[in-house]
Design a protein around this ligand. Structure first.
Ligand SMILES: *[C@@H]1O[C@H](CO)[C@@H](O)[C@H](O)[C@H]1NC(C)=O
Ligand SMILES: *[C@@H]1O[C@H](CO)[C@@H](O)[C@H](O)[C@H]1NC(C)=O
Ligand SMILES: *[C@@H]1O[C@H](CO)[C@@H](O)[C@H](O)[C@H]1NC(C)=O
Length: 322
């Protein structure tokens, strides 16, 4: 489907007229890549992706392909030309030197180039994925200790959030939920503090802060941000956990309002991906790379109940279903 729907509308805001560019839909079959990262135990596979990220995107109408680490530039360029966005998941590997980070650097550079040339190619980072984006965009590791592990918080929205792309579509009901209920799950020991953000000119010029939160020590950290120039988005919290992680010992809000929050952010990002015109030459070719071709493992305990493992250093296809 290549019929474009473009619209512009004028919003009157405090007397000033702002021209907001509307969405241009390029595909209703978006495919989003998720980078696999090294697993701590190689027993099940050398890399993994928690299923929650996959289901999160699927709930908004996207399909998902895992992105392998340690591949050639050609592999990444070819895959990039076919997919409509990439999600950088959270995790526990180095944001500077890991295979995950090196792969993210290649994707990030391709995305910057594509967007600079007038294409739309969105990126999303959750938790460490967001931290990684702050490193990729500034070249500096700007993290500090930020203890907010296993706690769900209401967002402290920043002035003007309603003129952002990411939060501009919030209804008053969702705004109330987001700012008054414990709906955003945090599971981090590091973060980008507001103090660091204020001091880093490169980060300030790249990312606009849409919300902050206080860690266990009362220190403010950046909790939601979007890039000024590119369709790049980040949350220090985990919208993908809300509807898809069920360990009862985790502080995740499974109420109806939490569900709406997860769906809002998934819908937003997948809509951004619908604006990307990349496509697979055939649905059959997409099918060969989709996550559906891989086995999922289920555990009763732990942070993740469902995990996809891969042996991505082994020849492609050796671990496929069927
Ligand atoms: C990866 O390889 C290891 C060791 O050979 C094996 O035990 C594991 O089942 C493999 N995982 C997958 C997902 O194929
Ligand atoms: C960061 O900068 C903003 C805007 O100048 C200021 O209002 C805020 O107090 C600063 N916060 C910190 C923690 O430095
Ligand atoms: C996480 O937080 C919940 C709610 O505060 C608490 O009941 C649970 O024990 C905590 N779990 C862990 C693993 O710390």
């Amino acid at each position: 489907m290549h019929g474009s729907v473009a619209w512009w509308f004028v919003v009157l805001c405090g007397g000033a007229a702002l021209v907001v560019e509307g969405a241009t839909v390029c595909t209703d079959r978006p495919v989003i890549g998720i980078i696999a990262q090294a697993s701590s135990s190689k027993r099940h596979g050398d890399t993994f992706i928690p299923a929650n990220y996959i289901k999160y995107l699927e709930q908004a109408g996207a399909r998902v392909v895992p992105i392998r680490v340690r591949q050639t530039q050609q592999y990444y360029e070819q895959l990039f030309s076919k997919i409509n966005g990439v999600l950088f998941p959270g995790g526990h590997v180095s944001i500077v030197s890991s295979d995950y980070s090196k792969t993210a650097r290649i994707i990030y550079d391709l995305a910057v180039k594509a967007n600079s040339e007038g294409e739309v190619f969105p990126l999303w980072g959750s938790c460490e994925g967001f931290q990684l984006m702050t490193y990729l965009s500034t070249g500096h590791r700007l993290l500090h200790s930020s203890e907010a592990y296993n706690v769900s918080l209401p967002l402290i929205l920043q002035t003007g959030y309603e003129t952002s792309r990411m939060l501009g579509g919030l209804t008053s009901q969702l705004t109330t939920i987001l700012t008054s209920e414990n709906v955003t799950p945090n599971f981090h020991h590091y973060g980008v503090s507001v103090e660091t953000y204020n001091k880093s000119a490169s980060l300030r010029h790249f990312f606009r802060v849409l919300s902050t939160n206080r860690d266990n020590k009362g220190k403010l950290f950046v909790s939601t941000a979007e890039a000024y120039k590119y369709p790049f988005y980040g949350t220090q919290w985990h919208p993908e956990k809300i509807n898809f992680e069920w360990n009862p010992s985790l502080a995740i809000n499974h109420g109806a309002n939490g569900v709406l929050v997860s769906q809002y952010f998934a819908n937003f990002f997948v809509n951004e991906a619908r604006r990307s015109c990349h496509q697979f030459p055939s649905d059959r070719e997409a099918g060969h790379l989709l996550i559906e071709k891989f086995f999922m493992n289920y555990w009763d305990g732990g942070s993740f109940k469902q995990i996809y493992y891969f042996n991505f250093t082994q020849p492609e296809g050796s671990h496929l279903v069927g």
